[in-house]
Design a protein around this ligand. Structure first.
Ligand SMILES: Cc1ncc(COP(=O)(O)O)c(C=O)c1O
Length: 334
């Protein structure tokens, strides 16, 4: 296990990923030519830009979003087209609203559903529309599926590859981080047809030499434990979600009930900047949340809660946030 893993890595990990993709989504991928083991999905999401983007190209980047999309785009010298995710479109990127001249220059579209930080999910007919446009325009669809296993109330998030034609245009990213509480282990993978997978592998061949193979072996164990471990873990997150929704509603906040992810995207009253609210919440009440604007300007007007504490602690945080809300509401804040 201690030698270089290189791009190939620990072959049983590739096999376990292939078996899991088939079991979970009914999609078969060749373990060697269609799967890329990653040192956490973040590095792959950032590195794929180097294979597809250069000066003059456009990438469509949702905002608020995980910052690796805009980061990869900018490091590749390409131009991000920022699309604000707002309640108006149910937090979906509507390609029909993007100017034609921009679409003509677009080579990459980043999508992430179930979504961090808004907790939105994507209906199948929406994904079908997106895949159709990407195929018509030869746009690479970078589909970040980090939260595919963290879903509630019977909702089962799909793989983009369950959509007809997606194999032509998509690369999908998966992570062990949230599903198995393995954030620090740095282990994930990408899956795509061989031409797309090998483009990512080639970029990576210049920048890393593979994850420690013992960690990839742990990845095999994690994937093999899916049926036993994941439902119990999701049940814990569901309790926290229920507590978060109930207690933040009771404290006077507006939020939807998330059907997936470990986040609650909470609305602030107009006129309260999210950075001001979150800073005061930390300093005056000792509660840490993320301001919407820290995910990009498109996230203004909201803040994000993570379900990383037990229900009682979340309820306590909600109460304290409610106190701050009452003291700020109606008072002009600048
Ligand atoms: C949407 C999204 N994508 C990707 C990642 C990265 O996960 P990893 O730990 O596999 O790099 C995260 C982690 O927070 C995330 O929220």
């Amino acid at each position: 296990m201690g030698r270089y893993g290189f791009g190939l890595g620990h072959v049983p990990f590739r096999q376990a990923i292939s078996d899991w993709m088939a079991m979970r989504f009914g999609q078969r991928f060749d373990p060697i030519s269609e799967i890329v083991p990653l040192i956490g999905s973040k590095e792959g999401i950032a590195h794929i830009a180097f294979a597809y983007l250069g000066r003059g190209d456009v990438a469509i980047v949702p905002e608020p979003a995980y910052q690796a999309y805009v980061g990869g785009t900018l490091l590749s010298d390409a131009t991000p087209y920022i699309y604000p995710l707002r309640p108006r479109t149910s937090f979906l990127v509507e390609l029909g609203e993007i100017p034609r001249e921009t679409l003509d220059r677009t080579r990459v579209l980043y999508l992430n559903y179930p979504n961090n930080p808004t907790a939105a999910i994507a209906p199948r007919d929406y994904l079908e529309r997106v895949v159709r446009v990407c195929r018509e325009r030869d746009i690479l669809l970078v589909y970040d599926n980090a939260y595919s296993e963290l879903a509630f109330d019977g909702y089962v998030p799909p793989s983009i590859f369950e959509i007809d034609g997606a194999r032509d245009v998509a690369i999908e990213f998966h992570s062990l981080s949230k599903t198995y509480n393995m954030t620090g282990w740095r282990c994930g993978w990408a899956v795509a047809r061989p031409e797309i997978a090998s483009a990512l592998l080639k970029v990576k061949s210049f920048v890393d030499t593979g994850q420690f193979m013992a960690i990839q072996a742990a990845g095999v164990a994690a994937l093999e434990s899916w049926a036993e471990f994941v439902p119990k873990n999701v049940a814990i997150f569901q309790e926290r979600r229920d507590a978060a929704v109930a207690s933040f509603h009771a404290a006077g906040f507006e939020c939807e009930v998330p059907r997936a992810t470990m986040y609650l995207w909470v609305k602030l009253p107009d006129g309260i900047p999210s950075a001001v609210f979150t800073e005061r919440l930390l300093e005056e009440q000792g509660v840490v949340v993320m301001s919407g604007s820290s995910f990009g300007a498109g996230g203004e007007g909201f803040f994000r809660i993570s379900f990383i504490q037990p229900p009682a602690r979340i309820a306590e945080a909600a109460q304290r946030a409610g106190k701050l809300l009452s003291s700020m509401a109606g008072v002009g804040v600048t």
